[in-house]
Design a protein around this ligand. Sequence first.
Ligand SMILES: [Zn+2]
Length: 197
Amino acid sequence: MALSVALGVPHVSTGQMFRAAIRKGGPIGDAAKQFIDKGQLVPDEITIAVVRLLLDEQGSTGGFIFDGFPRTRTQAEAFDRVLQDRGTRLTAAILLDASEADILQRVLGRQSCEKCGALYHRKLVPPRQSGACDRCGGKLTQRADDTAETVQKRLEVYRKVTLDVVGYYEKAGLLKRVDGGQPKDKVFADIVGLFQS
Ligand SMILES: [Zn+2]
């Protein structure tokens, strides 16, 4: 089961959010596209504008799971103001805490099916036959940017920029730490457990 089903609220990843804004066109989507096409990070003010757009379109709902947002302290502060304008607030910020060794192992072993997109991991979720998809027999490949070097670079950005967001939500009393080193079913149960009281 997906987390959005268990919690009864839609899941929105940063990627989905940007793709939707680009499909729709308009100044905000066009601005985001320029950065994404060049493989650059979308600046904070554009990211926030995209979030604002999304919340305006959805009207009042029972909430959202934001995935991969906010990534900087500026985004987190702006997000608070956006929610405040709508008379609402954040319920929780979930930190999936995993060691850098675990993160490396997971990313480097990741494989997906060229035909159907099914996800595997060489050690953790191996296909029955090496290199072939269990579902459709398609060829399994690794993403070109899933290398030790890119992971190190992403971790560096995380330590420099995103770690500050953790402190921000800790101070606000909203941070919930979940041990991301556990098997995925346990991680899932722990997150769902945070919202059952
Ligand atoms: Zn497949």
